[in-house]
Structure formats: structure tokens, C-alpha cells
Design a protein around this ligand. Structure first.
Ligand code: FAD
Length: 421
């Protein structure tokens, strides 16, 4: 059965109603373009995540709708964060307060369970008359016909025809492999797990989010993010090729770290897990992939847009929805949905994101070395100017580039020598 919307053939079908899919639908609606948004789950639904909303994600929510951000800020389910705390492999730590430079009254980030954040976005989609939301349908088939593209759920036998589709169905989806096959290279994937806890000490101290760069997880980390009800989102990420060499599970590695690391053992001595451990793949933006083809665009995790160093993907997922909407508008205006025309979308996305993704890949490479990390951390903790520079690095790409230059390490050394003299 082919679906039509309000008597018209649907122009755009979006598969996946995570941040990437909903943002595409909402940005299209701003342009007066109708879409059908399909998800296999029924919302509110859970999503495995660290639940951290970075400044970039917050900015994108503002760009979607300033009132939506106001609503988010007043929700009891979110906790505004005021900065980060880094722990080096030798457990030397540094707390860095972060300010929202452009909107000083706003928090630079939030921690909010994805079940709540994605529902906030979904409510906007449900209220929008230009978006038809269909829940509980898993698209498992994709084909072209003479009029466009047909997406089907062969089990419930429902089909959706459109001029163009947006594949926003996240990490590891079989549908992505069918639409745009990419040979899996574990170097460009991370494995992530998260578990909710109660009773972790120090949770919410100054509303800081904690990153533990423990040797066994490098170049990634274990995190403890505070939630508003005193609970914590605790998780770990590791590059998938490194995990395969370890011949153990990430769950075991995290359990051991929480028991064997004296600092973490102290924090977790009265802690209770309040959920199981859940795992998911993170497709990292450390290589470029083909983001479009004949009548389709890939957004969010389906397009490998996760930051290779921080593991953040929500901000880029929301932004890629904006980029997709811009290019769908152009395609409709030109009545061109062919792969050649849609290539513009790839260029646009990588023009905006590639510098940062590539820099994060370099930083990820450097963080393989625990001694280097220990040394940099000790130099930074000694020097307030270096701390300010590290804070600037959080949202200033040019400043962050310094981390990849030998002069940065030479200056640390020189400054140290000057202090010694
Ligand atoms: C352990 C872990 C921790 C993370 N922590 C953070 C963090 O703290 N901050 C951050 O910014 N990012 C984090 N990320 C990354 C972040 O979760 C993703 O980048 C983000 O969710 C991407 O959004 P998306 O819309 O592309 O995909 P998703 O959020 O995964 O949404 C995809 C949607 O598609 C639906 N779907 C899938 N297949 C189909 C199908 N065949 N038919 C219909 N619907 C389908 C799914 O049900 C889902 O609703 C983390 C990831 C992991 C795994």
C-alpha cells in the first residue's frame, strides 16, 4: 500500500526520528516543506548515550527554535553544566569552568537523559502540521522506481514513496548498509556503554562533567556525568579496533576500573546501579564517506558525523538536519534529485565540519600516549595561563589546533625550564 499525505505524493520521507531526523523535519517545515518522519520505536523512547548536550548542541536547539531552548532550560529533567573536570592517567585532575561566550546568561551545556531530550524534540514534530509522524514502523527495504524512491517495511507491508529520502537511522542500521554500503573499518568506530547509578559521591559538585582518561581506555575515556535527581550517567568509550585487541569486553573494563582505581572505588563505594549496562556503536567522523546518492541523503550517525575525540554526535546530528533541509529545498526548486546534484550536500557538510573532525582525529592519535597526557596535565595545572588556553580550546578551533603543533609542547617545556631557572 503506498502512502500519500493530504492527497499529495509525499516529497520527503525521513527514516529515523533521533536528533538528525527530527531536525531535518523541523528545518524543512520552516521552509514550508512537508515531510513524513518514520521511526521503528514509539516515543518517548530510550537511546544509549552519555546524555551530554554540548554548547554546539544547545546552539542548534536555539537555532531550531529559541522557545524550544527556553523549554529545555526550564525542564526538571535537565541539569545545566558549568564546566568539565579532566583526570589524567596518573589521576592528576583539573577543573575548568566554561562560560557561554555568546549568551552569558545561558549554561554552556546540559546533561539530560535522551529519553527526555528526544521527546522534547518529538513533541515539536508532533505539533507541526507539516510533519506526519509515523511510529513503530521499521523500514527494511529501499528501492528506486520511475517516480522516485520507495521505502518499505516488508513485515507490515507498508510502503512510502517520495521524491527524496533522508536516512537518519543512527548507528549500525541495516538500512544504511543497504542504501550506502561502507566496508566496516573498526579504526573508525568506537564502542560505547553506559549505565545509570545512584549514590556516586561528588556527583553534581559544581555541576561539572567528569572525564577519566585512564590508560586502558585511551585515546578515549570513562565518564561520570551528573543528572538532576542525584543519579549519574556512567559510561566508557574505546576505539573498536583497540577493544578487539584487548580480547575483553568494555563492560568488564569499566567494572574493573570502578573497583580497582582507588579514586573511582572511593566514589563508587556506596553506589548502586539503577539500570543495566547498554552498549552501542559510534561511527566516528575520522574519515569522509559518501553522504548522498540517487534520491537520498545521510544525516547524523548514519553519515559518520561523531567527533572522533569527544564522542559527541548530537550537535552534528542536529546541524546535519539543517544542512539536509537546505539541500532538499534546492533539489525541489531545481527538480533534481540525482546523485550528481545532491553531491553539493556532501561538500557543504564537510566544508563546515571536516576541519574540526580532522583536528579531533589528530588529537585522538596524540592521546594514545598516557605519559604525554600526564605531562601536559601537570604543566597545565601549574599554570593559570595554560588553563585559560585550555578553556578557550573548548570552543575555539584555532586555539585547539595548537595541541597538534610541536610548538605547543616545546613551549610547555621551555616555560618549565624558565620556571626552574
Ligand atoms: C554510549 C554512547 C554515549 C554517547 N554520549 C554522547 C554524549 O554525551 N553527547 C553527544 O553529543 N553524543 C553522544 N553520543 C552520540 C549520540 O548518541 C549520537 O551521535 C546521536 O544520537 C545521533 O543522532 P541520530 O539522530 O543520528 O541517531 P539516533 O539518535 O540513534 O536516532 C536514530 C533513530 O532511528 C531509528 N531507526 C533506526 N533504524 C530504523 C529503521 N530501519 N526504520 C525506522 N527507524 C529506525 C531509531 O529508533 C532512532 O530513533 C553517544 C553515543 C553512545 C553510543
Amino acid at each position: 500500500m503506498e502512502r500519500v499525505l493530504n492527497g499529495n505524493r509525499v516529497e520527503v520521507v525521513i527514516v529515523g526520528a533521533g536528533p538528525a531526523g527530527i531536525s531535518t523535519a523541523l528545518f524543512l517545515a520552516k521552509k514550508g516543506i512537508r515531510s513524513t518522519l518514520i521511526d521503528k520505536e514509539t516515543f518517548p523512547r530510550n537511546k544509549i548515550c552519555g546524555d551530554g548536550l554540548s554548547g554546539w548542541a544547545v546552539n542548534m536547539v536555539r537555532r531550531l527554535d529559541p522557545l524550544l531552548l527556553k523549554k529545555l532550560q526550564s525542564m526538571p529533567g535537565q541539569l545545566p553544566s558549568s564546566g568539565v573536570r579532566f583526570f589524567a592517567p596518573n589521576m592528576k585532575s583539573i577543573a575548568l569552568p566554561i562560560r557561554n561566550q555568546k549568551y552569558p546568561d545561558d549554561s554552556p551545556g546540559h546533561v539530560m537523559r535522551r529519553v527526555d531530550f528526544d521527546w522534547l524534540l518529538m513533541e515539536s514534530a508532533l505539533e507541526n502540521p507539516l510533519i506526519e509522524v509515523i511510529q513503530g514502523i521499521k523500514i527494511n527495504h529501499f528501492k528506486h522506481d520511475e517516480n522516485g524512491v520507495v521505502l518499505s517495511d516488508t513485515i507490515s507491508q507498508q510502503s512510502f514513496s517520495a521524491k527524496i529520502c533522508v536516512i537518519a537511522c543512527g548507528a549500525g542500521s541495516e538500512l544504511v548498509k543497504k542504501v550506502s554500503p561502507v566496508k566496516k573499518n573498526f579504526r573508525h568506530h568506537a564502542t560505547g556503554i553506559r549505565q545509570y547509578y545512584s549514590g556516586v559521591t561528588g556527583v553534581g559538585d559544581g555541576n561539572l562533567v567528569d572525564f577519566y582518561f585512564l590508560t586502558e581506555f585511551l585515546p578515549h575515556y570513562l565518564w561520570v556525568f551528573p543528572l538532576p535527581d542525584g543519579h549519574a550517567n556512567v559510561g566508557a568509550g574505546i576505539r573498536s579496533d583497540i577493544l578487539r585487541k584487548r580480547k575483553t569486553s568494555l563492560k568488564k573494563m569499566m567494572e574493573q576500573a570502578l573497583i580497582q582505581n582507588p579514586h573511582l572505588a572511593e566514589r563508587f563505594k556506596d553506589a548502586q546501579p539503577v539500570s543495566g549496562v547498554a552498549a552501542q556503536d559510534l561511527p566516528l567522523g575520522s574519515k569522509k564517506i559518501k553522504l548522498s546518492g540517487e534520491r537520498f541523503l545521510l544525516t547524523g550517525d548514519a553519515g559518520f558525523l561523531i567527533d572522533p575525540f569527544t564522542g559527541e554526535g548530537i550537535g552534528n546530528a542536529l546541524w546535519s538536519g539543517f544542512a539536509a533541509a537546505e539541500h532538499i529545498e534546492l533539489a525541489i526548486a531545481a527538480n533534481r534529485f540525482d546523485a550528481g546534484f545532491l553531491k553539493k550536500y556532501d561538500r557543504f557538510v564537510y566544508k563546515k565540519l571536516w576541519k574540526e573532525l580532522r583536528l579531533s582525529s589528530w588529537i585522538q592519535q596524540l592521546l594514545k600516549y598516557p605519559r604525554l597526557l600526564n605531562w601536559v596535565m601537570s604543566k597545565v595545572t601549574e599554570d593559570p595561563e595554560r588553563q585559560k588556553s585550555l578553556i578557550r580550546m573548548m570552543d575555539d578551533l584555532e586555539e585547539r589546533k595548537k595541541l597538534t603543533r610541536p610548538s605547543f609542547y616545546w613551549n610547555l617545556l621551555r616555560r618549565n625550564n624558565q620556571i626552574l631557572k
